[in-house]
Design a protein around this ligand. Structure first.
Ligand code: HEM
Length: 389
């Protein structure tokens, strides 16, 4: 990491300085209101106060235009140094409105650089390639697993007796969460990786339009995802609390590699890992950092540094969340026969419950958990019932 910083930064810094140098200097003079100009004088604060007839050029221009221009033509470092030392004044309610250039930062063993440039390099040279490959590897890994292991089939024929697994409220909230997640994942992938695979196909105008539309969608769907995430977390937290039976389930690899599944309660250890690590930890981190990027957190100090940290946390947490979600979606759909029935209709067959959640089925059959938790028969200790339609 430190090697690439020291290798790329000098070159990138030089190009950057050459491209924006002239315009930023003009902007500095135009936008920075110094105490001197505030007080009504017209003399810029950095102008040397000398005897009449002395040079009226600011210090940095004297250096840049004078001696240095002959020794090192094009080197406008003195101008940048001087600009960084300027403490501007502004009445705008922004903690950094008076700071034209983000201060230097340095990493152990590397040249000191601007924090903005360090963030840009972290995003473009680390997060994008590593994150992109992680997502591709997750998809390929799941495809390979499906090819070798195949669908986990029902071991016994369906009995036709159905048990309520999710209430309409639980299903509604789950699907709001799932569909908002899909909208965020698709738009997020286009924002982060689209220029590599869509720009060459669509061309600049169409891709620009699409990326802008998806970015706007992303900004609005994010809070909906956050709200449904919190509701889903509260809805399912009780049945995701760790229990001793989880270890036995994990020891048998959840039956994913054959050999049957150890009995589990309503949710097994795999689902609990998804709940605590994926949904709760990465999900909440993604939402919190996203709300900062959307500038929706009241009284948050929106400095450049804070936005850079928020962007890195957002990209990292959402990529890991997506990789885990691919696994969750696979197991919940084509990976396990009958698993989607519960989230689609609210009911699962008794055979499915016995094979995948034997302890939960025991609790339902013994009346510890009502077989029907919603609708007209709610709370009735009916053993196993068939839904009306
Ligand atoms: C198309 C996308 C999705 C599909 C097809 C899907 C499918 C399913 C299915 C079938 C179940 C029931 C599993 C069982 O009966 O034990 C389930 C449960 C669950 N899903 Fe999804 N899901 C999707 C997306 C998501 C997303 C994006 C999240 C969260 C960010 C999520 C969070 C949950 C949670 C918390 C549960 C309860 C089980 C647990 O706590 O681990 N799902 N999902």
């Amino acid at each position: 990491m430190s090697r690439f910083f020291s290798r790329f930064l000098p070159a990138a810094g030089l190009v950057l300085a050459m491209v924006v140098g002239a315009s930023a200097a003009r902007a500095a003079e135009a936008s920075t209101v110094t105490p001197a100009t505030q007080a009504g004088t017209t003399q810029p604060a950095d102008q040397p106060a000398g005897p009449p007839g002395a040079s009226t050029l600011p210090g940095y221009l004297q250096q840049t235009n004078g001696e240095r221009a002959q020794v090192q033509p094009g080197n406008n470092a003195p101008m940048w140094r001087e600009i960084k030392q300027q403490a501007g004044f502004t009445s705008l309610p922004d903690p950094e409105a008076g700071v034209l250039i983000q201060p230097q930062t340095s990493y152990p063993g590397s040249a000191s650089t601007s924090a903005g440039e360090a963030w840009r390099q972290t995003r473009n040279l680390l997060l994008i390639p590593v994150g992109g490959w992680l997502l591709i590897i997750a998809v390929l890994g799941i495809a390979a697993f499906y090819l070798f292991r195949g669908k986990i089939r029902l071991e016994h024929k369906p009995t036709g007796r159905k048990i309520e697994r999710f209430t309409p409220f639980e299903r509604f909230m789950h699907w709001v969460l799932a569909f908002s997640f899909i909208a965020l994942a698709v738009s997020g992938i286009v924002i982060m990786f689209g220029k590599f695979f869509l720009l060459p196909i669509l061309g600049a105008s169409l891709f620009g339009w699409l990326a802008y539309a998806l970015k706007t969608l992303h900004n609005f769907v994010g809070p909906l995802f956050g709200l449904s995430l919190v509701i889903v977390l509260l809805t399912f937290v009780r049945d995701n609390l760790p229990s001793k039976t989880d270890l036995a389930w994990l020891a048998k690899g959840g039956g994913l590699f054959g050999g049957g599944e150890a009995p589990s309660a309503r949710f097994n250890a795999g689902e609990k890992i998804w709940f605590w690590v994926g949904v709760l930890f990465f999900g909440l981190l993604a939402v919190a950092s996203g709300l900062v990027l959307d500038k929706l957190v009241p009284n948050f100090p929106y400095t450049r540094g804070a936005m850079q940290v928020a962007e890195i946390l957002h990209a990292t947490s959402t990529i890991l969340l997506m990789a885990m979600a691919f696994g969750h979606i696979y197991i919940g759909t084509i990976g396990t026969e009958g698993a989607l029935d519960g989230m689609r209709t609210g009911y699962v067959d008794e055979s499915w419950a016995k094979q995948h959640h034997a302890l939960w089925l025991d609790a339902v059959q013994s009346g510890k958990i009502p077989a029907q938790r919603s609708g007209a028969n709610a709370q009735a200790p009916v053993p196993l019932i068939k839904p009306k339609a």
